[in-house]
Design a protein around this ligand. Structure first.
Ligand code: ADP
Ligand code: MG
Length: 726
């Protein structure tokens, strides 16, 4: 075995003393793969046991540390509760006190006759004070003591744990490896450290694990949060700069065409829709790729804005790809876009795992084999392809691709977005040489000369992203906001319903159904398990069939085959189903204007923004809509939280609240996982984001490729690799 002196930051754990195979796997889950990773594994919080005292001075409820001799240890089995209690009697020169531990009988051997440090909270047992499950440390053992106590007598770090890996074990390991800290090289420029009063990397690491005060721990945490955010900003800004050096097809603004498009719509555009279109047309006219985020509350009418761009692109003989997060949505977009495209002679196709359909302005819609659709695209005969984001993964060649639209873009990670942009360039090579020869198009020849161009990118999201957060993670995008809702939208009447109100609600919904309307019933969220969620939905469905006898009840959930889901959505759309029982798969985008009621079971389990999204499925037509938030929880906090849905003016207000309540990680969802932990956590820290961004801008102004900051460049590279692996 190699000696300790040879340990380096990158030494794999198999070569680190005292880590068995079982542990390797467990800590792998925590992201610890090398010796250095241990030191970068940070505590979630600290327990303050820095106050040392004597046994005589202990008081009830106090958190304290004592140094004492163990006089006696006994293990008592508790047969009825099938556990063991270990009780130790501790003594110092001022008195004695007991300590108990549960289910750790081996402690008897560890503690018997030793001198120990004990840190914990004092509770009462009968009329005695007792330490219950305190932290302990044997004094004079082989545990290192250069920094004082490891587990006791200080600000004791508590680490995020996983099954079989305790904070105690981590503290010990980190302690034994702490000498490695000298190998960490500073990568933040000195003037930045100075300007923001941040500790250097080595001090910061030590202060994360062995802080002398809350303040030094806080300063360390700030340093790492800043560093993560700074690297993220460098990455984003470099991506932006990179993109601005790329070329894209310029689509000249065609006023006549836009006027015709607007005139053909069955409604008047809102002011913000017009403004967004204008911003997009200006971007398209430039000969570098657009990278714009169109943000608008549910129902604000994003689709039609995107459609105007598609038509402008098609009019110049180029292609667009339109991607939705689910197949149902892709199919629905296909239907809607057909209507919008018809007067403009645009041919479009949709590709899902189940089927491929082509819409030809002259022949109408017809189903084709997937291969055929791919051929038509490669030949340039399809001007708009709709599909799910698997369009980026599949090798589909769009010889004339000039525009990519992504719906519900927050579901895509940072990495997926950038990869997507370059997909267009990959696609510049014809997919099928034969069909291209046949095609005999001048435009194609022209295109091939331009190979190397990137498509314009329009992302859309209905998740109102608070300003601070947007700056933090979408800083590479230009933004268009749909602030106004189309005229005549009625506010959805929302109420919180306790179990006692169920019957009344069902009666009300029946009334609506009898009047020809339709309803959604959303099943409770089951964390991380589509299977359990599907099961809950099946049960709910069975129950509702009985309650709504005589009505047609449908069911849709995530475990269904996509063709099946599609059939159900279609039949709901065509009013063959009165009540649709659904899991949150319908969260985004589905548009059935005749649906006016929504019951959300277990409403308290959803985030506010998510509830708002769900609710956005109704209130899309001329009739008044009603949303019922079912909850069994009588807790005042739950009620207050849900009440925000009745009072908030719009999704933005809800998003801000949601962000406050749940924190950035939950708010954004798992898909953004490419972002480092601490950067993620600081996405609601405006000051930090602005500081990191300003610092990044300044450094890139002087040194755009970070040639003079190799350590930083390496960090950014590392980050971009993790992001692209997502
Ligand atoms: P979202 O922004 O949630 O994607 P959609 O694009 O699906 O919203 O639009 C919601 C509904 O509103 C659609 O039926 C659409 O045709 C309609 N719509 C869009 N813009 C307007 C408008 N300016 N006036 C009236 N209805 C509109
Ligand atoms: Mg939409």
């Amino acid at each position: 075995m190699s000696s300790r002196a040879q340990l380096g930051l990158d030494t794999p754990l198999t070569e680190v003393r005292g880590i068995g195979a079982a542990y390797l796997k467990r800590i792998g889950k925590l992201g610890i793969h090398t010796a250095g990773d241990f030191l970068l594994y940070f505590p979630a919080r600290y327990e303050d046991f820095s106050h040392s005292t004597t046994i005589a001075e202990l008081t009830l409820g106090e958190e304290a540390t004592i140094h004492a001799q163990v006089i006696k240890v006994t293990n008592k089995p508790l047969y009825r509760r099938r556990m063991t209690i270990t009780e130790a009697i501790l003594e110092d020169e001022t008195g004695s006190v007991a300590a108990v531990w549960f289910n750790q009988p081996y402690l008897k051997d560890t503690l018997e006759d030793r001198r120990v440090s004990i840190s914990g909270k004092l509770s009462l047992s009968g009329d005695h004070l007792v330490f219950s499950n305190p932290l302990y440390e044997v004094i004079g053992s082989d545990e290192p003591s250069e920094w004082g106590g490891v587990h006791t007598g200080r600000l004791v770090p508590v680490y995020p744990e996983t099954r079989g890996v305790s904070s105690r074990w981590l503290r010990y390991k980190i302690k034994t490896l702490s000498g490695l800290v000298k190998q960490f090289k500073e990568f933040l420029p000195a003037d930045i450290l100075k300007r923001y009063k941040l500790p250097g990397i080595q001090t910061a690491i030590l202060n994360m694990h062995f802080p002398r005060s809350e303040r030094s721990a806080e300063a360390a945490r700030k340093r790492f949060a800043f560093a993560d955010m700074f690297v993220l900003q460098l990455f984003i800004l470099q991506q932006k700069a990179l993109l601005s050096r790329e070329k894209a097809v310029s689509i000249p603004f065609d006023e006549q065409l836009v006027k015709r498009f607007i005139a053909a719509l069955p409604f008047t555009l809102t002011l913000s829709q017009k403004k967004a279109m204008w911003e997009i047309f200006q971007d398209l006219e430039r000969s570098r790729p657009m990278n714009r985020l169109l943000e608008g509350d549910v129902g604000s009418g994003k689709t039609v804005v995107a459609a105007s761009a598609v038509i402008a692109v098609a009019a110049r003989g180029y292609q667009s790809a339109f991607m939705a997060p689910t197949e149902i949505l892709a199919l629905q977009h296909f239907e809607n876009l057909q209507k919008l495209m018809r007067p403009f002679n645009v041919s479009l196709g949709v590709m899902t795992s189940g089927k491929s359909v082509v819409f030809d302005p002259e022949l109408g819609a017809y189903e084709v084999k997937k291969e055929r659709l791919i051929e038509l695209i490669a030949a340039g005969d399809i001007q708009l392809l709709v599909g799910t984001h698997s369009l980026i993964q599949d090798f589909i060649s769009f010889p004339h691709l000039a525009l990519v639209v992504i719906d519900e873009q927050h579901r895509f990670g940072v990495g997926q977005r950038t990869r997507l942009l370059y997909k267009g360039r990959d696609g510049a090579a014809p997919h099928n040489a034969d069909s291209v020869e046949d095609a005999d198009r001048k435009a194609l020849a022209a295109w091939e000369k331009k190979a190397g161009y990137l498509p314009h990118l329009l992302s859309m999201t209905a998740t109102p992203i608070p300003r601070t957060m947007a700056l933090g993670i979408y800083g590479d995008l230009d933004m268009s906001l749909l602030r106004h809702m189309p005229k005549g939208r009625k506010k959805i009447q929302t109420s919180i319903v306790s179990p006692a109100g169920r019957a009344r609600t069902y009666a009300f919904v029946k009334q609506e159904l009898n009047a020809g309307r339709q309803a959604f019933v959303i099943c409770p969220l089951v964390e991380d398990s589509e299977k359990l969620q599907a099961k809950a939905a099946v049960e709910e469905f069975a129950a509702l069939e009985k309650i709504f006898l005589g009505f047609r009840v449908g069911l849709i959930h995530g475990k269904m085959k996509s063709a099946e889901k599609e059939k159900i959505m279609l039949s709901f759309n065509e009013r063959h189903i009165d009540i649709l029982v659904a899991t949150s798969v319908i969260e985004v985008g589905i548009d059935v204007p005749n649906a006016t009621c929504m019951i959300i079971e277990g409403a308290e389990r959803f985030g506010l923004a998510q509830l708002h999204q769900l609710r956005g499925r109704i209130g899309r037509g001329e009739h008044q809509s009603h949303c019922f938030l079912f909850t069994d929880s009588a807790a005042k906090k739950t009620r207050l939280r849900l009440e925000a849905l009745m009072t908030a003016r719009d999704g933005y207000e809800l998003a801000e609240q949601d962000l406050k309540i749940r924190g950035p990680g939950e708010f954004l969802g798992v898909k953004q996982s490419g972002i480092p932990d601490l950067a993620m956590k600081s996405l609601n820290n405006e000051k930090l984001i602005i500081a990191a961004r300003t610092a990044a801008e300044e450094i890139l102004r002087e040194d755009p490729d970070l040639l003079r900051h190799p350590e930083l460049a390496q960090r950014v590279n590392q980050f971009s690799r993790t992001v692209h692996l997502e």
